[in-house]
Ligand binder design. Sequence first.
Ligand code: MN3
Length: 201
Amino acid sequence: MSTTIFVQAPLPYPENALEPFISARTFSFHYGRHHKAYVDKAADLVKCTPWAGQPVEEVIRQSAGKPEFAALFNNAAQAWNHAFFWTCLKPGGGGMPSGPLADALAKAFGSVESFKKQFIEAAVGQFGSGWAWLVADGGTLKIEKTANADTPLAHGRRPLFTVDVWEHAYYLDYQNRRADFVQTVLDKLADWDGVARRLTA
Ligand code: MN3
């Protein structure tokens, strides 16, 4: 019997916990429909590959860049990216990072404010669907953007924080105002304590 670890974890907070910044209605579609579909599809596709039963991260790394496994990569990466994104948010989050994380951001980007500005620029500059990221690349912090399902995991970088900039992440609450959505995530929802823990992990 093969087992799959492609199971959708519960949201770390109720669907309405991030209102008024992200609505329960957005979560009902984004978590309940979009994310679930990626998880279910990846679970189905991985069965017929050499990586059945492997951790999601391993499936992503192994299938990356292999055209014959593009559908598996896309769904596995989206399954992971979304699960990670939910953990980057928390009720009462946002504000300014402090302590060693603030120091590391200031060292890499000039200041925490400058980090936020550059992160929003990357998010807005991602043409079409994708993700904005804070990653650790060796000992260096970097801001990246990826298209569609692509993820820094597939490129040897360690994700510390992300914001989903597919339209389904924000359209119901912000329509086409992607910059407002990302700014709101950074200022009101980002779990900087979690980012700080990942930085030192
Ligand atoms: Mn999404």
